[in-house]
Design a binder for this molecule. Structure first.
Ligand code: F3S
Length: 403
């Protein structure tokens, strides 16, 4: 492959992977089961990245493993109505076509694992997108580093990735413990804990205790998503829940966690974390963004229940982000109609950080309310918006009225 026997794109991909492996002292390559591309859009990929992907497609590059895509920069069905430019739409279409020619599944979502692309335990994969990487490593027990755009693309073409980092047993053991003391009741409560953990753990794998074994898939999705915002962790263990943590001893690789590496998350930490994420009140919001990571079908059902018998006020917009697959499922169940009849919009294929930097400014979205700490981070850093953080139930009376 490296010698060019299988063509130029394969050779270039292997060159990149070998260089990456060398820089991490990887001893060899490992075969992967799937790849997830983190920048399949002209905003995140930039001009150079976009041209690079198109060039590989033109040269006949093909993905040899199932390869999914993260959110695009706009919703293809309603880009004009939402206010995106035709130029951007055409750029996105051209890039998406190039990825499709290479064999990519253009799902444009950060939750590929909920729409038929869940990896299996111990499967080596090459995924980008921090929240998906957390879910794949921690909840599925698969093995991936957080791949950047070029590395995931090269791995998809070569079907290989260098064996280092989270692909190795020794880097997957827990190194500190977070003891939860709060009665966490909903997805946002778990997201608040996740934001706190990211700050404390930084780049060390946390072992979380005090979590009920009844924790749901959605709650784990929301727990992991903010880790990479406040820290750079790509794995975690919940004792008695996640597959590599039947006991604390197994999760830590039989090492004893030192007492100064044990941190409590009580009501004080919970409140402080929530407050640190709010710089405005919900009554100031011009836009509400829900569904980060992209909403599952059960989350859409909950949003529909909270919004039922209500109408979105004309002074505000509500977006609920999800994947097309899940929106179509929600349509078949009547959930999508129920949500849209309130005036809220189901936005698919995209998410705010993937949109142009000046898009919010042009639309007049300067203040945003959201139930996701990860969205607080990205909307304030990439869209210069001020944020309120809290669960929808906390501010439903402010952004909607009774019908
Ligand atoms: Fe997904 Fe965008 Fe949030 S990629 S995790 S909806 S910031």
């Amino acid at each position: 492959m490296l010698d060019g026997k299988y063509g130029e794109t394969m050779q270039n991909s292997m060159e990149l992977l070998v260089a990456l492996g060398d820089s991490y002292d990887a001893e060899r390559m490992v075969s992967i089961g799937s790849a997830h591309l983190v920048s399949p859009n002209p905003i995140s990929a930039g001009k150079g990245g976009t041209a690079f992907i198109k060039e590989i497609a033109t040269k006949g590059g093909k993905f040899v493993v199932p390869t999914t895509t993260n959110p695009a920069c706009l919703e293809p069905w309603s880009w004009r109505e939402m206010g995106f430019s035709e130029e951007l739409y055409l750029e996105q279409v051209a890039l998406s076509q190039a990825i499709a020619e290479m064999g990519g599944f253009l799902c444009n979502t950060c939750i590929p694992y909920l729409i038929g692309h869940a990896p299996r335990m111990r499967e080596h994969i090459a995924w980008g997108e921090s929240s998906a990487v957390l879910y794949a490593n921690a909840v599925c027990g698969a093995r991936t580093n957080r791949e950047g755009g070029p590395a995931a693309l090269a791995a998809a073409i070569a079907g290989r990735t260098p064996l280092y980092g989270y692909h190795l047993d020794e880097n997957r053991f827990g190194e500190l413990e977070i003891v939860n003391r709060v009665d966490l009741k909903c997805d946002s409560d778990y997201a608040t804990l996740g934001y706190f953990i990211g700050k404390i753990a930084q780049n060390r794998v946390p072992i979380i205790t005090g979590i009920p074994t009844t924790i749901s898939q959605d709650e784990m999705k929301c727990l992991g998503a903010p880790f990479a915002v406040t820290g750079s962790i790509s794995h975690y263990h919940i004792v008695g829940v996640t597959p590599e943590a039947p006991t604390e001893g197994v999760a830590s690789g039989k090492k004893r966690i030192r007492s100064f590496d044990i941190h409590e998350f009580g009501l004080k930490e919970f409140k402080e974390t929530e407050e640190s994420l709010c710089v405005i009140g919900p009554e100031e919001a011009e836009l509400v963004v829900l569904g980060c990571p992209h909403a599952s079908i059960t989350q859409l059902k909950k949003y529909a229940a909270t919004l039922s018998e209500r109408k979105v006020k004309p002074t505000v917009e509500i977006w609920i982000l999800t994947s097309d697959v899940i929106k179509n499922y929600a349509k078949s169940l009547g959930i999508a109609d129920s949500i849209e009849s309130t005036g809220a919009r189901l936005v698919t294929n995209t998410c705010p950080p993937a949109m142009p930097r000046d898009f919010f400014k042009k639309k007049g979205y300067r203040r945003v309310a959201t139930d996701s700490p990860k969205m607080v981070y990205y909307v304030s850093t990439t869209k210069d918006a001020l944020c309120y953080y809290g669960k929808l139930e906390n501010f439903i009376d402010i952004v909607t009225r009774k019908r």
